[in-house]
Design a protein around this ligand. Structure first.
Ligand code: FES
Ligand code: FES
Length: 176
């Protein structure tokens, strides 16, 4: 059995120092070592996007990375988009209002992916939303509610803080 090593990752603004075997994925590290079960693992080979997190601000598939590769990095998970006691993020609110989920298994990946997308492109067209989220798979919704949820998130963001971007509105506790 390969020896584990101690790694340190700042997750949602909190530093986690934990043991990880070299072959442990970042997704398993988040769930099993840090108790952050908001990140879901489905296909575990990079196809479905359910495991998406932000690594130093970029959306990545945590099933395709080894935890040791993230040593020293900053990670934002679903939990970091809406820290305890805070309001839901615009994307989370949009998913709730527009029925963007059914079983919810794919939802963390969609929410994190959409958050990063709207941070970088605050006013996308519907086709741009569909193209951006085409890397995330959902077996339940038919995607209509998900697209509406992202469009609603744009409206919510504008209602909350006209002129602000998602990045400005959700840096507290996000670690990104
Ligand atoms: S669980 Fe990572 S892409 Fe499917
Ligand atoms: S809501 Fe069930 S897989 Fe997307």
């Amino acid at each position: 059995m390969t020896a584990s090593r101690s790694i340190s990752i700042t997750i949602n603004g909190t530093r986690y120092q934990r043991e990880a075997e070299p072959r442990m994925t970042l997704g398993d590290f988040l769930r099993e070592r840090c108790g952050l079960t908001g990140t879901h693992l489905a296909c575990e080979h990079g196809v479905c996007g359910a495991c998406t997190v932000l690594l130093d601000g970029d959306a990545v598939r945590s099933c395709l990375m080894f935890a040791v590769q993230a040593d020293g990095a900053e990670v934002t998970t679903l939990e970091g988009l809406s820290p305890d006691g805070g309001p839901m993020s615009p994307v989370q609110q949009g998913f709730m209002e527009c029925h963007g989920l059914q079983c919810g298994f794919c939802t963390p990946g969609f929410v994190v992916s959409a958050h990063a997308f709207l941070r970088d492109r605050p006013d996308p067209t519907e086709s741009e939303i569909r193209e951006e989220l085409s890397g995330n798979l959902c077996r339940c919704t038919g995607y209509q509610g998900i697209v509406r949820a992202v469009q609603r998130a744009i409206e919510i963001q504008r209602e909350r803080e006209p002129g602000a971007t998602l990045e400005q509105n959700h840096t507290a506790g996000s670690g990104a």
